[in-house]
Design a protein around this ligand. Structure first.
Ligand code: NAP
Length: 419
């Protein structure tokens, strides 16, 4: 087996190092990287160029490893490789979320190579291969996970170190745990892309990731982290899917989890995916969601899988997202949840009564109410309400009505409670 690597950055370098140490019988025939000239120390004589044809036109290379990231060039490389009937291993969830449908379809149509992408979802956690093989005939009715390490790191440090969102983000950027432009992570879009890939695999129908409702963590403040702790809860950015009454519901959202939920203990940049199989019961996968060696190891594992010949055999049976069907996504607001609602209000008589009235009118029953003046200016108060489970629709309607109380309500934030 001879491979060509596109992109000798963090993951690419990790892969080269692992392969050198493991002596696995797979040859790195060439590397393409736009700044290959600066990477002679890593290359140690491996032929390299910025010209993609060094790999794409080499018929002796049977597998392309795409580790450049980005969309346009990566799409060209993966598409060309498949047309040349080469296998592709990629860690690029953004590429697959946007173009996976056409790329998997192309691979099927041209009877070209396989596309493997274990590293694209949850780094080192072997979730793709497990769903494709062991669980291929299992009905997965619920899946929830922490699949973005950056946001989990931020939320963990906000709580443990009593820091504000902005300060933790800056620290994460300095440590290389957050990108200079963190929007994909903190906006929830990275988790949205990964959830799309996971549920495509789970259902065998392609999920358009951009249609999955998403909320990030940018509106959260340390107040919410503190309030969560007071009730033995933690805030997690969760990717949540469930099958109910024949509908497929999914979203990415910050949520409260309590100590009975396994996601409660997943800290820092770790990832975890919990799912429920119809016959096999509950499963938890936990591990490193990113990083040089954890991610490179998943790429390496895909290469060994290809080399063993098992990938081709497994794909014949797996329900991969190759079909011509798109999954229809149910409207998440038709489902139910309990909620945490924090309102910054003017401290005046009648405010709480007005809010309670709105909740009652929308069939929302209150589990608890707390008021606190400690973190606010004089004349203001924070009211924190926990509701019992109710239709999300009703809650959103009530929230809109509460927002309209502009004379009283200065700011509001809500979180669903994950169960
Ligand atoms: N890092 C992680 O922990 C992690 C985890 C899971 C998945 N991934 C995925 O793995 C992929 C690689 O990530 P990474 O962290 O290794 O990125 P990276 O450190 O930025 O490395 C990318 C490498 O590719 C080169 N490159 C970028 N665009 C190119 C182009 N158009 N033509 C030629 N060379 C190009 C870059 O050159 P320059 O040095 O000039 O920029 C760099 O050497 C991404 O898809 C990412 O989403 C990463």
């Amino acid at each position: 087996m001879r491979i060509g690597i596109f992109g000798l950055g963090t993951v690419g370098q990790g892969l080269v190092e692992i392969m050198r140490q493991k002596n696995c019988g797979i040859e790195i025939a060439a590397v393409v990287d736009r700044s290959f000239a600066k990477k002679a120390q890593v290359l140690q004589g491996i032929p390299a160029s910025a010209d993609k044809d060094l790999i794409l036109k080499d018929k002796s290379i049977d597998t392309v490893v795409e580790l450049m990231g980005g969309i346009d060039d990566a799409l060209y490389v993966v598409r060309s490789a498949i047309e040349e009937k080469k296998n592709v291993v990629t860690a690029n969830k953004a590429l697959l979320a946007e173009h996976g449908y056409s790329l998997f379809h192309l691979a099927e149509r041209t009877q070209g190579g396989q596309i493997l992408y274990e590293a694209a979802v949850a780094g080192a956690i072997p979730i793709i291969r497990n769903i494709e093989t062991i669980f291929r005939n299992e009905q997965i009715t619920r899946l929830m996970g922490i699949i973005n390490g950056t946001t989990n790191y931020i939320l963990t440090r906000m709580r443990k170190d009593n820091m504000g969102y902005g300060d933790v983000l800056e620290a994460a950027q300095k440590q290389g745990l957050a990108e200079a432009d963190p929007t994909l992570d903190v906006g929830g879009y990275d988790a949205q892309q990964k959830l799309g890939l996971l549920i495509s695999l789970v259902t065998g129908k392609w999920v358009e990731a951009k249609n999955i409702p998403v909320r990030g963590i940018t509106e959260l403040s340390s107040q919410d982290v503190i309030w969560a702790e007071r009730f033995q809860n933690r805030i997690r950015l969760v990717a949540d899917y469930k099958q109910e009454n024949g509908q497929h519901y999914m979203h990415v959202t910050p949520a409260l989890v309590d100590e009975r939920n396994v996601l409660y203990d997943i800290e820092y940049e770790n990832n975890a995916i919990l799912f429920q199989g119809e016959y096999s019961g509950e499963h938890l996968f936990m591990g490193k969601g990113a990083g040089k060696f954890p991610t490179a190891f998943s790429v390496y594992s895909d290469l060994l899988y290809l080399k063993s010949g098992s990938a081709a055999a497994a794909r014949k049976f797996a329900h991969t997202p190759l079909s011509t069907n798109y999954l229809s996504i149910g409207d998440i607001s038709d489902t139910s949840s309990a909620f945490y609602l924090r309102l910054r209000v003017k401290d005046q008589p009648g405010v709480l009564a007005a809010i309670a009235q709105i909740l009652g009118n929308n069939a929302l029953s209150i589990a608890s109410v707390h008021q606190d003046h400690s973190a606010v200016q004089a004349g203001e108060a924070d009211i924190v309400i926990h509701t019992h489970s109710a239709k999300r629709n009703s809650f959103y309607r009530a929230l809109q009505e509460i927002k309209n109380l502009k004379n009283f309500v200065l700011h509001q934030i809500y979180l669903p409670v994950l169960t």
